[in-house]
Design a protein around this ligand. Structure first.
Ligand SMILES: C[S@@+](CC[C@H](N)C(=O)[O-])C[C@H]1O[C@@H](n2cnc3c(N)ncnc32)[C@H](O)[C@@H]1O
Ligand code: SF4
Ligand code: SF4
Ligand code: SF4
Length: 311
């Protein structure tokens, strides 16, 4: 294989995943997002640059990291060490010094060739389960050239490819990500323009027409015959109601989308907010009741659309 030096900002590669498309999959997670969903289970994905995290459950407060920081960016506090992220230059000295594994650096520039090695490791499993590679994030469409190159290499290896996206992208970038993609897991968080604007990062110019851009991308991908599966994350107080499901069903029917995956709210990312010094507004939120989710499943299936519950 020729070396492909196109680079992307990657924060994780995870093997043996079963909820990110068909079969057993390896997922490539890219850093940077244009939404700021306050419930996000991957808060480490939201900023496009590298970040240092201190996992408080592992930190023994030995103080060793404080002395080695060339920027004096780490200081003790009653609630554990805090990092001045403006001052941090991501040199990695603190991570190297910490013998308890409490420090992690999220985000690394990697070339396509570098990521292809781990992405193709489980070929034997992929073949048996119709699995493959899923590109997720963060928002992968923000690194469209990198995604296009990774997907193309995956297709060269005869892998089944999937993309997880919030859909907020120019058509040019959306198409770059989907050109070599077999299955697009398209997250529909809300179909109310003002509500969608609330979770768009940036100023008014970014928020205006944001939802229309998402909807146009769905229309175009479906028109071109791409396999689009809707994903509906169910968030308490945001979209956990039958009216939202009815709007998603109507939009699915309009575009010939045949499957909707429901993703009930979970808090798996809770500890990561603390490790990054980020506020987690959904800290005390309750899980969605099973009966409620089952009601949504019935509502979707009554409309002749396949519905699964994933996570
Ligand atoms: C982290 S996102 C990354 C891909 C893309 N940015 C998106 O939102 O689709 C991957 C999936 O996780 C889901 N997700 C995010 N936070 C969640 C939470 N707290 N509970 C359940 N699913 C969540 C998203 O809705 C999305 O389907
Ligand atoms: S070196 Fe590790 S264990 Fe010690 S204070 Fe720093 S983060 Fe905590
Ligand atoms: S990565 Fe380097 S600059 Fe940043 S906090 Fe750690 S030691 Fe300091
Ligand atoms: S769009 Fe996806 S990655 Fe971005 S904040 Fe929302 S859930 Fe998280």
């Amino acid at each position: 294989m020729n070396k492909n030096e196109t680079t992307g900002m990657v924060f994780n590669i995870e093997r043996y995943r079963i909820h990110d498309g068909t079969g057993i999959r390896t997922a490539l997670f890219l850093k940077g997002c244009n939404l700021v969903c306050p419930w996000c289970c991957n808060p480490e994905s939201q900023h496009g640059t590298g970040e240092v995290a201190i996992h408080k459950n592992l930190c023994r407060e030995c103080g060793s990291c404080i002395g080695v920081c060339p920027q004096k960016a780490i200081s003790p506090s009653v609630r554990g060490n805090v990092i001045d992220r403006q001052a941090c230059i991501l040199c990695g000295a603190c991570k190297e010094k910490c013998t308890y594994g409490a420090i992690e650096i999220y985000g690394e520039q990697k070339t396509v060739s570098e990521v292809m090695e781990p992405l193709t490791k489980d070929m034997a499993f992929f073949m048996r389960s119709q699995g493959g590679v899923t590109v997720s994030g963060g928002e992968p469409t923000l690194q469209a050239d990198f995604v296009n190159a990774v997907m193309r290499e995956c297709k060269n290896e005869c892998l089944y490819t999937a993309l997880e996206t919030c859909g907020l992208a120019t058509w040019e970038n959306m198409w770059k990500c989907c050109e070599y993609c077999d299955e697009i897991l398209f997250d529909i968080k809300t179909l109310i323009p003002q509500q969608f604007a609330e979770i768009v990062a940036g100023g008014i110019d970014m928020k205006a027409n944001a939802l229309e851009m998402v909807k146009n991308n769905v229309r175009e991908l479906c028109r071109l015959g791409k396999k689009v599966v809707f994903r509906c994350v169910i968030i308490p107080g945001f979209n956990d109601n039958a009216e939202h499901i009815a709007r998603v069903v109507a939009f699915a029917k309009e575009n010939g989308v045949k499957q909707i995956d429901l993703l009930p709210f979970h808090q798996y990312g809770k500890h990561k907010y603390a490790s990054l010094g980020m506020d987690y507004r959904y800290r005390d939120e309750q899980a969605i009741k099973d009966e409620e989710v089952e009601g949504f499943v019935r509502q979707i299936e009554e409309n002749g659309i396949l519905c699964t519950i994933g996570g």
